[in-house]
Design a protein around this ligand. Structure first.
Ligand SMILES: [Fe+2]
Length: 190
């Protein structure tokens, strides 16, 4: 379930808004300059669905989003729990930790969740907007926006990523440990 929880950046326990209403989420994010859209769900998707099938399914939406041709690299990122793999817990932890601290990017961070979930924490002015994205959610975090991302302790998602440059994913970390004071994805969705 898509969820938005808004908190002051200095007081994570003072929730000023919590909603799972898509229209409210789009409006609240929109008035702060964050693009949020709902695209149709893909049916028949499983772990073996080829990337080209996913990109073909959303070709119309992708073409609309990329109307000016700014996204030169469009790919599909996936992570699924594999309890048969003894390395899985370490892989999951490493993947989760990568963008769990506050950072920004030189270009917009654009993600479409085909399946699964992840939470973007947008640090905008004196607020933090925790935005739990689930299947069907497209979010675009503008370049330079302070944010962090939690994929949870059991990461599972399929997401289309849009990059202007091949290294567009690289994060510029602020060194601020603000993220450790906010509810995790696991806590937000418990
Ligand atoms: Fe990021």
């Amino acid at each position: 379930m898509t969820l938005l929880q808004v908190m002051p950046d200095s007081a994570a326990d003072e929730v000023t808004l919590r909603t799972d209403d898509d229209a409210v989420i789009a409006a609240e994010l929109g008035k702060r300059g964050i693009v949020f859209q709902r695209w149709p769900l893909m049916t028949g998707l499983d772990a073996a669905t080829p990337t080209e099938d996913i990109l073909a399914e959303y070709a119309g939406h992708i073409a609309e989003l990329d109307a000016d041709g700014r996204y030169k690299h469009i790919d599909v990122a996936r992570i699924h729990p594999d309890d048969g793999d003894p390395e899985w817990p370490a892989k999951a932890e490493a993947a989760r930790t990568k963008f769990l601290d506050e950072h920004r990017h030189a270009e917009d961070e654009v993600r479409f969740f085909v399946a699964g979930q992840g939470c973007f924490y947008l640090h905008l002015g004196d607020e933090v907007l925790a935005t739990v994205c689930t299947a069907g959610d497209l979010v675009s975090v503008p370049a330079g926006t302070l944010h962090w991302f939690d994929m949870g302790t059991r990461p599972e998602f399929v997401a289309v990523r849009f990059f202007e440059e091949e290294d567009g994913w690289i994060g510029d970390f602020t060194g601020d440990k603000i993220s450790s004071g906010f509810p995790t994805l696991d806590e937000l969705t418990a």
